[in-house]
Design a protein around this ligand. Sequence first.
Ligand code: SIN
Length: 284
Amino acid sequence: MTLSIEQSNQACGARVTGLDLTKPMKPMQVEQIRQAWLKHHVLVFPKQRLTDSHLERFTLNFGPFGIDTFFGSIPGHPNIAAITRESDEKAPIFAETWHTDWSFQPEPPQGTCLYGIDIPPKGGDTLFANQHQALEQMPNELRAQLENQMAIHSAKLGYSLTGAYGEADQSKGRSMDIRPSDRANETHSHPIIRPHPETGRLGLFGTFGYIIGIEGMADEVALNLLLELQAWQSKEEFQYRHQWEPEMLVMWDNRSVLHRATGGYEGYSRRLHRTTIGAAPSSG
Ligand code: SIN
C-alpha cells in the first residue's frame, strides 16, 4: 500500500489513503501523518473499518488522551465519547456553534479524532475554519485590537448547570451523555493570537462561546470585539466543509482550526465515536 495525501480544494483538509489503521502504525508512518496534519490541519481517512480499540491506539500515536470533562464515556472505553443523535430527537443539534475543543482547559487538547459509525444520507457535515489564514488575512484595524490580548475561556455558557447543556437541556430527550457541572464556571486565559506550539505559525486560538471575555476589557466592549472576531474567523473562505461517510476517521488540530457541527438530517440517526489527543508534555 502506498501512502497518499490529497489536499482538498478548500481552506484546509486532506484525504489520506494507503494506510490500514487496523494495523499498528510504524514510527515513520506516524511522523508522516503528523507532518501532514500540521500542514493540512484536518486529515480524513476514508474506508477504515475500526473498532473502539483501533481508535484508541490510533489516538495514542499522537499524544496522551485528553480529558472530556463534561461527557460520559462509552462502556469499557473511558476515553471514548459518543456523539449521537436519534432519528426522532428534538434537542438542539450538539456543538452547532463554532469552537475549539476544550479551550477552557489550562492545557487544551492538541487535537480530536472522530470516527463515523452511523452517518445520515444527507446533512450532518462538520465545518472547519483555518485560523492561520483567518489571522493572515485579517484587516489591520481588527488585528491591532487583538494583539497581545488574553482571552478568558470558560465552559460555563455550555456546560454549567444553567448553560446550554445544563439542567434545562436534560429534559429535552438528548441521547448524548452530557454531564453539566459547576466546574464549568472555572476560567483559564490564553492569548488570542499565538504561535502554533509545534510549527510556530501564528494563528487565532478559540472563539466566542468558550471565550467569554478579554482580560482587562469591559464586558460590553469585549463582547462586541469577540462577535466581530467570530464573524471574521468563520468566514466561508477560511472553511473546509467535511462530508461524512460511515467508517471514516477524521483527526483535526484544535490549535489551528475551529469547527462546528451542522444539522439537516432530520429523521435519520447519527453516531460517531470521539477521542481527544491531549496536550503534549512539551507543548506550550
Ligand atoms: C464536535 O464538535 O465534537 C462534534 C462535531 C460533529 O458532530 O460534527
